[in-house]
Ligand binder design. Structure first.
Ligand SMILES: NC(=O)c1ccc[n+]([C@@H]2O[C@H](COP(=O)([O-])OP(=O)(O)OC[C@H]3O[C@@H](n4cnc5c(N)ncnc54)[C@H](O)[C@@H]3O)[C@@H](O)[C@H]2O)c1
Length: 268
């Protein structure tokens, strides 16, 4: 089975639903059910024994150790995060706690789990960290999309905390040999999007005849990807990527350039 964190949130829930719609490999889903987590997103899975939901925190090491030992996953996909930029500006503490400390505790538990796996299971095991292209800062007008080689320039407590988690993930490969994958996707839109995010907020306000709130001078440039394309890209990376790589799911395709000397593989 695979072990998903944050699978009751926007992207995680889409991933779990798509995963179980396209195969029978079970999913262990750990989610703290913060304001952003909503089990209604997974209502169609009630009674489906392929989906095991556990309410809990990625920072809870003893819970993680117990779940890993009990379910023996072949991969961990980390969606769990505090993800809203505006909230990170008003209260960065939760972002530091979940995105940095939580990812660190998850990595530590997975490292211990991985160390005791038989060599054949270690060969296939992957830790996939779902990150964001916001770690690269802002795009200039008419600039090409971010690439894996772009310099890290986080501008908000959210993106700084995700950047820190990316660095930890990378370090766990280089220091401990954990097979890690990182995806740095652009903004997503689609089903189960939390209403406070830009696209649903604009739609809901427009339908209600309310003003459409523009951020700053409204000139920021962002790249958008349909959430189901992002989920396909993550499945593709999980399936095909080498042991340590970073990828940008972008515009419905997975670009698979080599990083850190890793061999390039074609997308399916
Ligand atoms: N939404 C986007 O446009 C976007 C784009 C690129 C990358 N990402 C990344 O994708 C991931 C998922 O984003 P999302 O938009 O689905 O976020 P979300 O805020 O909708 O969902 C996050 C989920 O994580 C859970 N969670 C939060 N803290 C937790 C903790 N300590 N332990 C366990 N669960 C916890 C929440 O309950 C929620 O279900 C995040 O890591 C985010 O940085 C998001």
């Amino acid at each position: 089975m695979i072990f998903i964190t944050g699978g009751a949130g926007f992207i995680g829930a889409n991933f779990v639903l798509d995963w179980l719609a396209s195969g029978d490999e079970p999913v262990l889903n750990l989610d703290a059910l913060t304001y952003a987590g909503n089990l209604q997103n997974l209502a169609t899975l009630v009674g489906d024994t392929r989906h095991i939901f556990v309410q809990g925190d990625i920072g809870d090491s003893s819970l993680l150790v117990r779940l890993l030992a009990q379910y023996q996953p072949r991969a961990v996909v980390n969606f769990a995060a505090e993800s809203h930029v505006d909230r990170s500006i008003h209260g960065p503490g939760d972002f530091i706690q979940t995105n940095i400390v939580g990812t660190f505790r998850l990595l530590e538990s997975v490292r211990a789990y991985y160390a005791q796996l038989p060599a054949t299971d270690q060969q296939v095991f992957r830790f996939l960290h779902v990150s964001t292209d916001e770690v690269y800062g802002s795009l200039a007008k008419n600039a090409p999309p971010f690439a894996e080689t772009h310099r890290y320039e986080p501008n908000s407590p959210y993106s700084a905390s995700k950047a820190a988690s990316d660095h930890l993930v990378r370090a766990y490969h280089h220091t401990y040999g954990l097979p890690v994958l990182t995806t740095n996707c652009s903004n997503n839109y689609g089903p189960y999007h939390f209403p406070e995010k830009l696209i649903p907020l604009m739609i809901v306000n427009a339908l209600a005849g309310k003003p459409l709130p523009v951020y700053g001078d409204g000139m920021q440039v962002r790249d958008w990807l349909y959430v189901k394309d992002h989920c396909s890209a993550i499945r593709c990376v999980l399936d095909k990527a080498e042991r340590v790589s970073a990828y940008h799911p972008c515009r419905g395709q997975v670009q698979l350039p080599a990083v850190s000397g890793v061999q390039q593989q074609p997308a399916r």
